[in-house]
Design a protein. Structure first.
Length: 133
């Protein structure tokens, strides 16, 4: 059986706002790209983002409900096509892949990293870790 996490798939646009398309920052001074699911998306509304992170020339491409395969699809379909020099990418995704094994999620994240490196060149990739105890 094929790993669903390595098969790019657009997410259902349940809100109907085409959010991922508006996140294609063609002209931006951003140096750090945050990409992932609702955990990343909600970060931009926090005091931490306002007081500390935004000053670092960051852009937030988090979309609530996104799965690994949705992020994979987004980065293959224009989300990384912008005229700026991203120095680092913070990638946090996989939380919504509750029907996948950790290994499947891992393989999908590796695919995302390969595409980011191919499209953006020599960038740092930061993978925050969440551990449930």
């Amino acid at each position: 059986m094929m790993n669903p996490c390595v098969l790019p798939e657009p997410a259902d646009d349940t809100v109907g706002d085409g959010r991922w398309k508006s996140m294609q920052a063609k002209t931006s001074e951003s140096e750090v790209l945050f990409i992932g699911d609702s955990i990343v998306q909600q970060l931009q509304f926090s005091t931490l983002w306002t007081e500390k992170i935004s000053a670092l020339h960051c852009i937030n491409f988090g979309i609530g409900g996104d799965r690994v395969e949705n992020v994979l699809w987004r980065i293959q379909n224009g989300e990384l096509d912008f005229n700026t020099k991203i120095k680092a990418v913070v990638l946090f995704v996989g939380t919504n892949n509750t029907d996948c094994t950790p290994h499947e999620i891992f393989e999908g994240i590796i695919e995302i990293i390969k595409i980011i490196k191919h499209r953006l060149g020599d960038v740092y990739i930061i993978l925050p870790v969440s551990i449930a105890i």
